[in-house]
Ligand binder design. Structure first.
Ligand SMILES: NC(=O)c1ccc[n+]([C@@H]2O[C@H](COP(=O)([O-])OP(=O)(O)OC[C@H]3O[C@@H](n4cnc5c(N)ncnc54)[C@H](OP(=O)(O)O)[C@@H]3O)[C@@H](O)[C@H]2O)c1
Length: 416
């Protein structure tokens, strides 16, 4: 593996990148590591790692639910496994119990997320655990969703031994978009860009296709497959006429919602976005003062138009208002694909949680060439956004810098 820094990032985007580049799930997690760890006595963490591998299989298919994995053991051996496979389908615990090769009295279950204790689309998993005769429950992370929480208390109250916080950081990172959405109402924001070594996303004449390699672009499509929405500014649509669909060989769960930030509704009716409505839900986000006639024309094409307040500058759509509305529409994760102006606003306002920046081994130069991050920028170095963690991958001849700006544990601090 070509990591240039220990790869600890476990978010859904990290899984998509690793899966695409190396054909694997969460880092350092494999069947072999489970067997090794179990034989050397490091049981709980090894079984939870296996549950994480299983959970990762649900990425892209279960939103707005979190991805969850479960493993059941008896006498130190795995006797059942499962994960939440699709939205509305049985939860991980239920699938693991159903898969069990023997009766489960006295067994231990490892679950990446606290078992639910409420009737949603399916009955509470806590009841199924009790009914199966399981005696010990090891939980990765608690559930901050007030509707689903309380599972551990319920189980303890029924005489089950519960251990919480096993591989907690990894279990939280795997569901970072869910955690942010359920605690703040806003989507988890990922900044993606393809640039030269000197941070240019286009030449001074506006040429931007293609800066990075085919493999980097395909990797970007693999990430599109695990997000709920993609956003670009109208400048990018006018320059590149992109389709913004997820074009990967084995497909994803479907195309993410396409958002265009376009205060005055300049989106041409002849654009690819307007003419590929059947492939993905398309939303233009405009100012409340935008033209009613153009709004009607776009809607007649099947484009949704959201009218939102302007930002403090009085000229562009307010991003906090956009994120709030997207969150209300069930968007838990949002990939920002530029260009310079939209990226600049997201970074200026400190709204980015994760970044995926692809660097091609070229220098474009020129003051008039588009830079990845426009906006105002910071006045002092101490104000600069700093990565909490990062790793670097080789992608063909390019470099991918994958960074985290938000600590998932912050979503568990009361009052967020
Ligand atoms: N290499 C890459 O990764 C990559 C990716 C994308 C684009 N590009 C390149 O980037 C260039 C386009 O950059 P750009 O800066 O012109 O386009 P942009 O960032 O896509 O669009 C900027 C426009 O979005 C609208 N907007 C609405 N709300 C906004 C807000 N809150 N903050 C910022 N903008 C908002 C504004 O137009 P209104 O005022 O009319 O609403 C603004 O002028 C093209 O050359 C394209 O090829 C490169």
């Amino acid at each position: 593996m070509a990591f240039l820094h220990e790869d600890r990032i476990q978010t859904p985007a990290a899984q998509a990148v690793r899966n695409f580049l190396y054909g694997e799930g969460p880092s350092d997690i494999s069947d072999n590591s489970v067997l090794h760890a179990v034989s050397s006595g490091a049981g709980d963490e090894a079984f939870m790692q296996r549950a994480l591998v299983l959970a990762a299989k649900g990425i892209g298919a279960v939103s707005p639910n979190p991805t969850v994995g479960a493993v059941i053991t008896k006498a130190g051996c795995i006797v059942g496994e499962g994960y939440h496979e699709r939205f509305g389908g049985p939860h991980a615990e239920i699938n693991a119990i159903a898969s069990a090769a023997c009766e489960l009295s006295g067994a231990t279950i490892y679950v990446t997320l606290e078992p639910c204790n409420h009737f949603g689309k399916t009955p509470p998993c806590t009841q199924a655990i009790l009914a199966a005769g399981i005696k010990r429950v090891v939980v990765g992370t608690t559930d901050p969703n007030p509707k689903a929480a309380g599972g551990m208390e319920f189980l303890r109250g029924h005489g089950i031994t519960v251990k919480a916080g096993c591989l907690e950081q990894a279990c939280r990172s795997l569901i970072a978009p869910f955690l942010k959405h359920v605690t703040t109402g806003s989507p988890w924001v990922i900044s993606k860009a393809a640039m030269s070594l000197d941070g240019r996303i286009a030449t001074r004449t506006g040429e931007s296709r293609w800066i990075t390699s085919e493999k980097s672009r395909a990797c970007g499509h693999a990430v599109r497959a695990v997000v709920d929405g993609i956003a670009v500014g109208i400048g990018t649509v006018l320059a590149d006429d992109p389709e913004l669909t997820c074009r990967i060989p084995h497909g994803g769960a479907g195309n993410p919602v396409r958002f265009v930030l376009d205060s005055t509704l300049r989106l041409p009716l002849s654009s690819r976005l307007c003419n590929t409505i059947s492939s993905a839900r398309t939303v233009v986000v405009a100012a409340e003062t935008a033209s009613e006639t153009k709004k009607t024309e776009l809607e007649a094409r099947g484009v949704e138009v959201w009218l939102l307040p302007l930002a403090k500058d009085g000229r562009k759509v307010s991003l906090p208002a956009f994120l709030k509305r997207a969150g209300q529409a069930g968007i838990q994760s949002l990939l920002i694909e530029g260009g310079s102006g939209l990226n600049g606003s997201f970074w200026d306002e400190g709204l980015v949680d994760e970044m995926l920046w692809f660097y091609a081994p070229m220098v474009i130069g020129g003051l008039k060439a588009g830079t990845a991050i426009g906006g105002i920028g910071v006045g002092h170095l101490r104000q600069a956004a700093r990565l909490k963690d990062f790793c670097i991958h080789e992608v063909s001849e390019d470099i991918l810098l994958h960074g985290l700006l938000t600590d998932v544990n912050s979503f568990f601090v009361k009052g967020v």
